[in-house]
Design a protein around this ligand. Sequence first.
Ligand code: NAD
Length: 371
Amino acid sequence: MTRPLSPEALSDLVAAIFAAAGCAESEARAIAENLVDANLTGHDSHGVIRVPNYLEWLRNGTLRAGQSIAVITESETLALLDGRYGFGQSVGPQAVALGIDKAREAGIAIVGLRHAGHLGRIGAWAERACDAGLLSVHFVNVAGSVMVAPFGGTERRMATNPLAIGVPRPDAPPLILDFATSLVAEGKLRVALHGGKPLSEDALIDRDGRLSRDPRLFYGPGELGEAALARSGSAAIRAMGGHKGSGLSFMIELLAGALTGSGCCGPGPRTLANGMLSIYLRPGAFADGAAGDTSAFAAEVESYVAFIASAQPAEPGGEVLLPGQPEQRNRERRRAEGIALEAETLAALIEAAEALSLPAETIEACLAARA
Ligand code: NAD
């Protein structure tokens, strides 16, 4: 691991990389802040490790700079949007802002987003809705990213299809559940490939049905970066939770891929894109009486939170955590202590910066900054 880097300096370097690659300053900054925030929350799999991939996708046209959402269908409570393969960090916030506006007015909104570039850590979008006082649910599929074996099978048929749910609390951090429906998110395989946290022993399954933790069986031979792009190994990631997780992923594919028109995984080549079906709920719309008093809802949430947190820990000295609590703690710690990256990840960032002819001082400023 590297010495902890300053989140701000890391963000500056990533923003400079995307600006040099052709993004407007505001888009480059949004991408950088989103990726660095994923590192801050502890999800290194969705942090700056993604930079080389995003650059490659930008070069080969999978991802497009400077896109705005196109409205395909719209009513008071519903919108279907096309992200036009723009950066998820650009079209994602636009789609979420529209859902928030509609739910604030109507009490509920459902927003389908098709053809979005990688939307990163989906919990970030649930956090935005919580900041606006709304509950939200986000189903996300990944067309063109077939890597998970369905329950009972050994071959790749599904994506890692994440689900995120956010519940705001008036006087406390929001509750954010956010996970991939595969046993591990693909980025965690990449972190393991780069020498970071190893996978669990049952994360992968090979064609013969044998379980494995070796990411090279998934990525196949080749240099780190090339292998991570090609994913040409024969093993598949396993779905989480046996038949239940596999079934959930299957349904997410239909909600986020088929219903939004983004497209599902399939046998032929498909352009890599996230589809996202999001539901936004204003608590006041569900309150008793016309005044929209949400105090009973908030009190019930707090009462249940306290009940859950009071469960006896399974291990001595252990703790029962709430959804979102690990990320919140990581954020506090990493903001104070900085972000340590795998050496391979930092080397790939520097290589990308040099390939784009960034001034040596910009790179050095990032490396020299103290957290
Ligand atoms: P994970 O396995 O780390 O699970 C994270 C969730 O579990 C969070 O809600 C967290 O608060 C909760 N949690 C973790 N430890 C806990 C504990 N001890 N007690 C209680 N709750 C706990 O997440 P993951 O499956 O590795 O997913 C990582 C990220 O990958 C997510 O942010 C997801 O959105 C993202 N992802 C994105 C895509 C995409 O295409 N954009 C695809 C797949 C995954």
